[in-house]
Design a protein. Sequence first.
Lengths: 203, 203
Amino acid sequence: MNTPPKPSLKERQFALRESAILDAVDALLSGKGFDLMTMDEVAQAVGISKASLYKHFDSKELLAAATMSRLLDRTLDKVAECTDNQRAIDKLKMLVAWSVLEHLEGRMPTLPSTRSSIHEFMMRHRPYVEKLEQLTEILGGWIIAAQEAGHINPRLPGEVVLYTIYARPCDPVTDFLKMGGAFTDEEIIDAIVTTCFNGLQPG
Amino acid sequence: MNTPPKPSLKERQFALRESAILDAVDALLSGKGFDLMTMDEVAQAVGISKASLYKHFDSKELLAAATMSRLLDRTLDKVAECTDNQRAIDKLKMLVAWSVLEHLEGRMPTLPSTRSSIHEFMMRHRPYVEKLEQLTEILGGWIIAAQEAGHINPRLPGEVVLYTIYARPCDPVTDFLKMGGAFTDEEIIDAIVTTCFNGLQPG
DNA sequence: GTCTATAATCGGATAGAC
DNA sequence: GTCTATCCGATTATAGAC
């Protein structure tokens, strides 16, 4: 058997730059979304020229896809950290809290809202869709378990619960509360988790 | 005293065309949002040239502002229909249900999400802000009443409740459920109202 | 692979004839 | 006021030198 080829210095530098690009895109997508983000901004944020940026990613769409793919990797990592003796409802709440925190700290590129021009592209991008399906399957299991345990309304269709959870990090409420400046990040996260799982009614 | 001047045929035609423009913008903003809507599309949808469109509205921003202003008028009308013997919580639920229906039927231009380039402009546009403040004052009263009646969690800050209600028509969940095609509009409205006021929990 | 310079396109806005 | 034709800036993407 061959030992796995050791990455050369050049290869490591290349990977490092690519990661720096994706970090910049995380912040830009998180702040202004796909349509308002320009490739000039990305290049400037990383400190490289636009032409070099295009050597790493052939198009703006593919750049966004790579970023979203990496987000799903992070999410799957977070999901994998959960242990079997946690309650499903607690795992779901943890995930929502985590994703809102990621959004607040600028590491959460917009999940594709139907309105973004990138949405259709992402739905046809295999690597992204496959990871999304993987995540959906796991969360689907958690949701059913939580419904059977009496912690989530069993009359709610699974899709409704799933989308409600997926949509939380891009809920405009988070941005409005942040903008007002009257709440700490912790309070904002608490507000989103509470209204998500308990609604507005007394708890 | 003078009698109010009777509008001439020309003036009525002008007003009619203006209303047709705003109807088209309602649908476009509702479907793709401000940034993805182009003035060419608007002109084409109405069946006039772009230059004529600019005779009615001096800029894309002002066009959006007029549309959003008209939306607030409709909302204030809806609010005025409520009678005093209704419970505050029921009025709030009615308003959420109505706004989601408007969105589903393409008459709900996006409320300014922080991410849209129009957001800052709207916040400086007097007529819009004044109407928004008017609506906010009324809903603020309803929210406090509902909290005192024990129908809304009194520990939730007013802003959290208000923003949560304001954000419902532009919740991505609505679009996702609609796109899936598995739910009727009525079921979608019910899902949004339920998850908004009761959350995901049973009960 | 990185850069500067540039092509190609798109979209907001306007000129000028009628 | 409406139209056709056009301007102009911004943005994605690429050519070609090093």
